[in-house]
Design a binder for this molecule. Sequence first.
Ligand SMILES: C[S@@+](CC[C@H](N)C(=O)[O-])C[C@H]1O[C@@H](n2cnc3c(N)ncnc32)[C@H](O)[C@@H]1O
Length: 229
Amino acid sequence: MDLCKEALALYIFKPVKNRMQKKKRIFGAIPLLVVISCILIAFKSESRLAIKKMMEEPGRIGMITPSSRALYKHMIRQILPISSNTETLLVELGPGTGVGTLLLLELGLSPDQLLCVELDPELKQYMAERFPGVQTILGDAVNLQHILGDNSGKVTAIISGIPLKNLSKKQAIAIIDKCHTVLKPHGKLVQFTYSIKPPPTIPGFKRTFGGLVLFNLPPAFVWTFTKVE
Ligand SMILES: C[S@@+](CC[C@H](N)C(=O)[O-])C[C@H]1O[C@@H](n2cnc3c(N)ncnc32)[C@H](O)[C@@H]1O
């Protein structure tokens, strides 16, 4: 009987216990890795600003670190090819610290073909200093038609980082509606969200799922709205 107990302890219980301890060690290291990543990210000035803004106004900012380049690359892919002709006009809503702006310029877009609308004064100032050639307007996307003036109806594409999910459905629809108004026919709005539920849409906008980007904190869903009428 004792021999049987010893065999059970040696061949069943001990290996299971060892495996559980190993798993515990692995899972226990995850919070530490998250903290280390956050500290590393915080060394970048745009990350420090993003974290500061998030602490001040979590609802409006809707991010804990700047969006990843992978996310913005994926969003920009939805509007490629971007023609270099003078008629091209791109709008960025809620550029934050300028992750998307930098990518668009790296792609060869001329700074005067890009217009950014940012609600937060400090982020607007940061954008103006980081990208002096790009016009960044301090304003609310809900006033997009008014902000664009004569350029309303001439916009080729809009890249939006606005945290729509933090707004009421009415506010989100008001912004989507303004985007529809300022776009030219077949123009596109690209929006990311952190929720699996798609953002609302309106008649005249065809909404399609653009994919899930895992390499972002948190992973993000990309949606494309095409102006069809
Ligand atoms: C989730 S962050 C995205 C920022 C950018 N992707 C980045 O990583 O730096 C949202 C941005 O949208 C801006 N924002 C929120 N509501 C807005 C509105 N109604 N009009 C314009 N910008 C807005 C915030 O100030 C913030 O900069």
